[in-house]
Design a protein around this ligand. Structure first.
Ligand code: MG
Ligand code: MG
Length: 257
């Protein structure tokens, strides 16, 4: 079932997603060649706990870390490790919090130094796909309107959409109904209603759309090992349109140097 949120509950979700945004900004400040991905994880865990929240991913179905850190061909659910970032990498950082009984969940893909032009296009297109999807998150529309907007934006630029993983409702649980796929057909799927809070999270690949689930039980990577990008916003559906609970501005200000 779909849990509709009261205004007060939406504000608690906003607080959580604000903290996630600030955590991603803090992580972003430390992204540079030579940094180990597990160092980013430690920074995020300390930051979240210092702000009175609990890392939502740590222990979730046994996940061993605060962040999912997915580099280059890794799509999502990468486990922080001793890997040192290098110039030209792209790194998706997905972060969740629990505070006051509600969840935050957002993700951002960072470029490490200068990246190849087509890789920069992949990041820009994935962010644009997210924005175009979010623009459809208004009461009276259907989930398929979001999905189609994401898919069309990605495919128009020559990229492909991962099908195996989807966005979701967000509330007192990290994953609630409805599922929010990144591919679909306008006018199809569950009706969007005022009070729904959903995470829209395109995972867009440079090459094939197909993915492989690694034997670590978590990491999802592209089958052809070409790069992938992932951005995620939590959004409240209102009669007047989308109310975005995630704030990328703090991330982009923090990483502009
Ligand atoms: Mg996420
Ligand atoms: Mg999510």
């Amino acid at each position: 079932m779909i849990h509709l949120k009261t205004r007060e509950e939406v504000e608690l979700l906003r607080e959580n997603n604000r903290l996630v945004s600030l955590t991603l900004a803090e992580v972003g400040k430390h992204i540079a060649p030579g940094v180990r991905t597990k160092e980013l994880n430690a920074i995020a865990e300390t930051f979240i706990r210092d702000h009175g929240a609990v890392p939502a991913f740590l222990g979730y179905n046994g996940f061993p870390a605060t962040l999912c850190v997915s580099v280059n061909e890794q799509v999502v659910h990468g486990i922080p490790s001793d890997y040192r970032l290098k110039e030209g990498d792209v790194v998706s950082v997905d972060c969740g919090t629990i505070m006051k009984g509600f969840y935050g969940d957002s993700a951002y893909t960072f470029a490490v130094g200068e990246v190849a032009p087509r890789v920069a296009e992949l990041l820009e297109t994935t962010k644009k796909a997210l924005q175009n999807g979010v623009a459809q998150a208004k009461a009276g529309n259907r989930v398929g309107d979001i999905s189609a907007a994401v898919q069309n934006t990605a495919e128009a630029a020559g990229f492909t959409v991962v099908r195996e993983l989807v966005g979701h409702g967000l509330g007192r649980n990290m994953h609630e109904e409805p599922e929010v796929p990144n591919n679909g057909v306008k006018g199809r799927g569950p009706l969007l209603q005022e009070g729904m809070v959903i995470c829209i999270e395109p995972m867009i690949n440079m090459g094939t759309r197909h993915v492989v689930f690694e034997r670590d039980g978590w990491t999802v990577r592209t089958r052809d090992r070409k790069p992938s990008a992932h951005f995620e916003w939590a959004v409240a559906v209102t009669a007047n349109g989308p109310d975005v609970l995630t704030d990328f501005t703090v991330i982009e200000v923090a990483t502009r140097g």
